[in-house]
Design a protein around this ligand. Structure first.
Ligand code: G6Q
Length: 549
């Protein structure tokens, strides 16, 4: 057994879980009139209600003990101070520096990186202002209207999520497109909507070697030069965001059009860096800075608030509680805000790529569960599909509900209906419906005894299913910054408790190695490596049907 499982705080939680196993949240609310006040907290208009969780005062105290035992306070300082906590890649982890105010000091290898951070932010402001006011133009002299981000994973999901989330703040003159997939359909469908004379391609790649991104960038360049009939157009219609300045210049991108970032920014933590350029172009740099300020407000909270009032810490420890002591294998993210449609997909990468690990910081296989699978869809749509399983399935699936108090699109009673659905769902998951309540309903409906007996088991809801609710005034750049940083730090908390490195991604690197390996064989070149019978069968089927061999 690992040290973690043996540790006093873990053992205490195990024993406590057995003790509270039979308790019910209904009862907890009934007997404690201040439960909501006790188990909720606010930061700058963001409310976290975590009272509908399977916790008592004792659980809460024991979870905080586990956080303390993990040395969380010192890990937080180590991250913010730029120590190389990403040990398998020997890198600091400093996405927090990207949103620190001008004048802050953050050192990497003895150098204050804040000068570079603000130099690039100034470059972004200069460039985005020029695109937005039409002073920077394409090869034929027309202002840009179509912004196409070519990038994948961490170089796409953040900007995509934020551009969709902040549409009410977006320029009406600019359209944003995101091309990620190496499936040509992605870029071919984009070409149908854009005008080469008014298109700006942003090639976004930390390494500038990612197969999908380079293939899409090559195809975009071929399309542009064919449409405009001039190789020189590339210089005006392409910019790059990368840490690999040699590769961007080899691609032919004008060095003045390269936005730099650094190896201490992880891909999935990079929307705050130059990778956020599509966001800055779309919502304007002033709004982008509000997004950064929201992230910074959460950083300050995470760093300074005591554990018992610390939002990311509480959310992280609740996830540990369910993943490790209730064997919950997945959790749902359910935004009751259509603008947050891409938030679950964004969190899938953030959480699963960060904490989907099976080896601890000392290189030993762990003997406890790590990251839960993350999934979700905007409410109310999900209510008409998978919520059935949340209410009556056999798995315990904790859920986060997110909702704005005011809509960007006030219309009739829509928003009241939206919120009533959201609140009613968390209530129903917690309360459930007992056999007695179902029985009383049937009696009121004058159902026959026979029908009542037959139907009753299907209509019972076990309840006692946990959820968090995050309420915010309105989805604006500052709020989105806070929400995003909240989940980043929640991921960090879990990683510290599980003693894993949340900042490497060898599974992704493995995929990148595999990407080019089979390609020659699919292209009909001689086999270079033997495969298993299944893989051979698939390759042969392709070659035969496509008459390549
Ligand atoms: C993120 C991951 C991964 C990465 C993509 C794109 O943390 O490392 O999703 O962002 O594979 O990589 P490049 O930006 O290097 O093209």
């Amino acid at each position: 057994m690992s040290n973690l499982i043996h540790s006093p705080a873990w053992q205490a939680l195990s024993a406590h879980k057995t003790a509270i196993g039979k308790q019910n949240m209904r009862e907890m609310f009934r007997t404690d009139p201040v439960r909501f006040d006790k188990f909720s907290l606010q930061l700058d208009g963001l409310l976290l209600d975590y009272s509908k969780n399977l916790i008592t005062d004792e659980t809460f105290a024991l979870l905080l003990d586990l956080a303390r035992q993990s040395g969380l306070g010192s890990w937080i300082m180590r991250m913010f101070n730029g120590e190389e906590i990403n040990t398998s890649e020997q890198r600091a982890v400093l996405h927090t520096a990207l949103r620190a105010p001008r004048g802050a000091k953050v050192f990497v290898d003895g150098k204050n990186v804040m000068h570079d951070v603000h130099r690039v932010l100034d470059h972004m402001r200069h460039f985005s202002d020029a695109v937005r006011n039409g002073s920077l133009r394409g090869h034929t002299g027309k202002p840009f209207r179509d912004i196409v981000n070519i990038g994948i994973g961490g170089s796409a999901l953040g900007p995509l999520m934020a551009c969709k989330a902040l549409k009410p703040y977006g320029s009406e003159r600019l359209n944003t497109y995101f091309v990620s997939n190496v499936d040509a359909t992605d870029i071919a469908e984009t070409f149908k909507h854009i005008d080469p004379e008014t298109t700006l391609f942003i090639v976004s790649s930390k390494t500038f070697t990612t197969q999908e991104t380079i293939a899409n960038a090559d195809s975009a360049r071929a399309w542009l030069t064919k449409q405009l009939g001039d190789e020189a157009s590339v210089a005006k219609h392409f910019v790059a965001i990368s840490t690999n300045l040699t590769a961007t210049s080899k691609f032919g991108i004008n060095p003045d059009n390269v936005f730099e970032f650094w190896d201490w920014v992880g891909g999935r933590y990079s929307l705050w860096s130059a990778i956020g350029l599509p966001i800055a172009l779309y919502i304007g740099m002033d709004n982008f800075e509000k997004l950064l300020a929201g992230g910074y407000a959460m950083d300050k909270h995470f760093r300074e608030e005591p554990f018992e009032r610390n939002m990311p810490l509480i959310m992280g420890m609740l996830s540990v509680w369910y993943a490790n002591f209730f064997d919950a294998a997945s959790y749902a993210v359910l935004p009751y805000d259509q603008y947050l449609q891409h938030f679950p997909a964004y969190l899938q990468q953030l959480e699963m790529e960060s904490n989907g690990k099976r080896v601890d910081r000392d290189g030993h296989a762990v003997d406890y569960a790590t990251q839960m699978v993350v999934w979700g869809e905007p409410g109310t749509n999900g209510q008409h599909s998978f919520y059935q399983l949340l209410h009556q399935g056999t798995h315990m699936i904790p859920a986060d509900f997110l909702a704005p108090l005011a809509s960007h699109n006030p219309m009739g009673e829509h928003h009241a209906m939206l919120l009533s659905n959201c609140f009613a769902q968390t209530e129903a998951l917690m309360l459930g419906k007992t056999a007695e309540e179902v029985h009383a309903e049937f009696v009121a409906q004058e159902l026959s005894d026979e029908a009542l007996e037959a139907l009753l088991p299907y209509k019972v809801f076990p309840g006692n299913r946990p959820s968090n609710t995050l309420l915010f005034d309105k989805l604006d750049p500052h709020t989105l910054g806070m929400l995003t940083a909240l989940y980043e730090h929640k991921v960090f908390v879990q990683g510290v408790v599980w003693n894993i490195n949340s900042f490497d991604q060898w599974g992704v690197e493995f995929g990148k190695q595999l990407a080019g390996k089979l390609l020659p064989e699919i292209q009909g070149k001689p086999r270079i490596s033997p495969h298993d019978a299944s893989t051979n069968g698939l390759i042969n089927r392709y070659l035969k049907v496509r008459r390549i061999q």
